[in-house]
Ligand binder design. Sequence first.
Ligand code: HEM
Length: 401
Amino acid sequence: MTDAHGAGTGPVSDWDPADPAVQADPFAEHRRLRATCPVAHSARWGGFWTATTWEDVRRIGADRENFTATLRTIVPSSPRQGLPRYPLQSDPPRHTVYRRALAPWFSDPAVARLEPGVRRITGDLLAPLVTGEPVDVVGGFTEEAAVRALCLFVGLAEAEAGRLKSLGLRYVEAVLAQDLATAGGISREIDGFAVALVEDRRHAPRDPAADVTTGLLADPSGFTDEEVAGMIRTLLIGGHTVQKNFTGSALRHLAADRDLQDLLRTRPEMIPAAVEEMLRLHSPNQALARTTTKEVCLGGRTIPAGSPVALLYLSANRDESVFPEPDRFLLDRQGAKHVAFGYGIHACIGQPFARLQARVALEETLARTASFAVEGDTVNATWPEYGVTAMRMRLVPPGGG
Ligand code: HEM
């Protein structure tokens, strides 16, 4: 059968996430798919399947027999060379070992210890921007805050943040363009950060209770240097690129809803609930992926063994069968939990740190301003990310009109 993209034999192409119309309004397309074709095939990027409902995304996330994370975790594929990405690209039993070793670094007390540093970074970046004049809040704040917070977490000097940030941005761009040669080269440079950290801590260990690399090297599981570098490497991209997209979305949301902005400014204790509802509405990982290990029947479709399947979190989180009035922001929304952090054994281990950064970003922005508003057009990240990649804002200081 010839499909909509003329890709020869194979199932009909139900949708194309790279279609400019879909990129401009992904939500309308997701709604259509959930209603007419909840498990959809796309001929884009060599062909892949998409699960669009909350139920199916969770079903796949929990199904370790029919789906594996070892072959790819995004569509289109990233260059599979250089350091392995643990725990993301591993299955149990090894996944359990990596996850157990990393868990204490993301515990509530460990993350709480990071709060003063995150608040300092956030305040330092915001202070010069709150002038009432239009400023670049992505370059000046959201991107910088996320990458500097990550440097704080992994113990990289903040001076390294600039290089890591630009490598992260260029890497995502190259993967999306499927320029795997360029992406592979950038990936090796990012590997270099992780390898250098591991070598440094091997020769000059720090306090294993305070430094994640030293702690992982001292773990009783006896990880190899490559395994530790692989765990650090996973954090070096995943730990900041989606974070900055989300902070941008959260600020844009508040700029557009002045009542909510004012409410949260006077009632900051409501910010965590607002962050949860924004994670549902503006999930910054649009989709991550698995591969079928055998033929699977899902939503009335037969997916062959070895097929990539994208878990479309952005759609699942607006699934009308689970979230009443799914496109509305409801601060006191009850019921089903969103899947912005994924579901199952690979669910984001960095969630507490991600929530901390989002909360502090909103607390500091609201506390330091009388109001803020978007100036001009904003630019959105495209598949497989979602969120704000360019935005100018006027951040008006208290007493500034
Ligand atoms: C708003 C920000 C973030 C969002 C929405 C997010 C989302 C996700 C999602 C959806 C997954 C599941 C991947 C899968 O099932 O294939 C994941 C995994 C992961 N995330 Fe996050 N993430 C965020 C921030 C962070 C941060 C700040 C860190 C660490 C510094 C982090 C570290 C990880 C790691 C290590 C995994 C792999 C877990 C595993 O495979 O067991 N994330 N994240």
